[in-house]
Design a binder for this molecule. Structure first.
Ligand code: ACO
Length: 321
C-alpha cells in the first residue's frame, strides 16, 4: 500500500496589519465585540501589488525548501482559492510559471473555506494510486478585496494569506483518510458574486461576500460535529487518539465546540485566527505550518484537520504526521 506523506510546509502573511480598532474607526463596532464573538484581534491585508499567486509563491518556496526537493520534482500543483488572479489561466498555472516548473499538471479548485482540505483529499487520491509523485497544495486568498468594508457583519472576519503543503508517497502510514462533502442548498446563507458576471446575472449585485452569519454558525457547528464522528469511525479511532486539532479558523466559538466534541483541551488546538482572522482556503494550511514550524506538531503524531465553508462545503483530513 502507498500512503501520502507531508514532506514540507510553508506560509505567508502580508505585512500590513489591520486591527479591530482600525475597523472600529470606520464601521459601528468595537474591539471587545469582535474579540468576544470571534476571537479575532487583527488580520493581515495584502498590498496593492500582491496577488493570490504572488503570495502562493512565497508559501510554496518555503514548503519546497523544507522538503529539500527541487521545484522541478513537483508533478502536480493544486491551488485552492476564491480570489484567483484571473478567471484564467488558473492560479496554479501562474504559480507553476513563477516556480519555473516545466512538466507538471496545475489546476485550481473552488471550495471556499474548505479548499485546502479538498486539495489534500484530491492530492491523496493521485499519490496513493501512483499517478503523481510530488504534489504541492496551496490555499491562497486575498479576502480583503471581496469584503464589503462597510458591512460590520463580515468585514471584521476575514484576512489575507497563503499556506502550502508538499506531499509525496511511500509505504508507511501518512494521510489516514480524507472526507469531503458538499450541499448546494445554502447559497443564500453565504455567497460572493463573480464580478465579471454578477452585473448581468443578478442586476448589478455588488461583488462582495454576503453572509447570514448566525445561521451559518449553527450549521457549521453541527456539521463539524458530524465530520469528527465520521473521521474517527472510518479509522476505528477514539477521541484520545488525536494529538492535534488543526481547524479552519472562522470563529473561536465554532472551534471550541469541535474541540469539546473531541474531548480535547484548547491546548491541543492550533489557533491562528487571533492575528490572522479567517483566511478562507489558506487557514488550515497556515495553521498546520505554524504548528509544524514552532515544534508543537511532531513526527508520528495524529492530526485532525477540518473545515467548513460556502457551498456549503466541509471536510476533514486525518494525518499521521
Ligand atoms: N459589531 C457590533 N455588532 C455587530 C457586529 C459587529 N461587527 N456584527 C453584527 N453585530 C450585531 C448584529 O447587528 C446583531 O444586532 P441585533 O441583535 O441588534 O440585531 C447582534 O450583533 C448579533 O448578531 P449575530 O449575527 O447574531 O452575531 P453572532 O453571535 O452570530 O456573531 C458572527 C456573528 C461572528 C459573524 C458569527 O455568526 C460567525 O462567526 N458565523 C460563522 C461564520 C463562518 O463560519 N463562516 C463560514 C466560513 S466563511 C467562508 O466560507 C467564506
Amino acid at each position: 500500500t502507498r500512503w501520502t506523506h507531508v514532506i514540507g510546509t510553508g506560509g505567508y502573511l502580508p505585512e500590513t496589519i489591520r486591527t479591530n480598532e482600525d475597523i472600529s474607526a470606520t464601521v459601528d463596532t468595537s474591539d471587545s465585540w469582535i474579540y468576544e464573538r470571534t476571537g479575532i484581534k487583527s488580520r493581515r491585508i495584502a498590498g496593492p501589488d500582491e496577488t493570490a499567486s504572488s503570495m502562493a509563491e512565497i508559501a510554496a518556496r518555503q514548503a519546497i525548501e523544507a522538503a529539500g526537493i527541487a521545484a522541478d520534482d513537483i508533478d502536480m500543483i493544486i491551488v485552492a482559492t476564491g480570489t484567483p488572479d484571473r478567471v484564467y489561466p488558473s492560479t496554479a498555472c501562474l504559480l507553476q510559471e513563477r516556480l519555473g516548473i516545466k512538466q507538471c499538471v496545475g489546476f485550481d479548485i473552488q471550495a471556499a473555506c474548505s479548499g485546502s482540505v479538498y486539495g489534500l483529499s484530491i492530492a491523496d487520491q493521485y499519490l496513493k494510486t501512483g499517478f503523481a509523485k510530488n504534489v504541492l497544495v496551496v490555499g491562497t486568498e486575498i479576502c480583503s478585496r471581496i469584503v464589503d468594508w462597510t458591512d460590520r457583519g463580515t468585514c471584521i472576519l476575514f484576512g489575507d494569506g497563503a499556506g502550502a503543503i508538499l506531499l509525496t508517497s511511500n509505504d508507511k502510514p501518512g494521510i489516514l483518510s480524507t472526507h469531503i462533502h458538499s450541499d448546494g442548498g445554502y447559497e443564500d446563507l453565504l455567497y460572493c458574486p463573480n464580478p465579471q458576471v454578477a452585473a448581468v446575472a443578478k442586476q448589478n449585485e455588488p461583488a462582495y461576500i454576503s453572509m447570514r452569519g448566525n445561521e451559518v454558525f449553527k450549521v457549521a457547528v453541527n456539521t463539524l460535529g458530524r465530520i469528527v464522528d465520521e473521521t474517527l469511525e472510518a479509522n476505528g479511532l477514539q477521541q484520545s487518539d488525536i494529538d492535534w486539532l488543526v481547524p479552519h479558523q472562522a470563529n473561536t466559538r465554532i472551534i471550541a465546540a469541535t474541540a469539546k466534541k473531541l474531548g480535547m483541551s484548547m491546548d491541543q488546538v492550533i489557533l491562528t485566527l487571533e492575528n490572522q482572522g479567517n483566511t478562507s482556503s489558506a487557514s488550515v494550511l497556515l495553521a498546520f505550518n505554524e504548528g509544524v514550524r514552532d515544534g508543537r506538531i511532531q513526527r508520528g503524531q495524529t492530526v485532525l484537520m477540518e473545515a467548513f465553508g460556502a457551498g456549503f462545503t466541509w471536510g476533514s483530513a486525518l494525518i499521521r504526521y
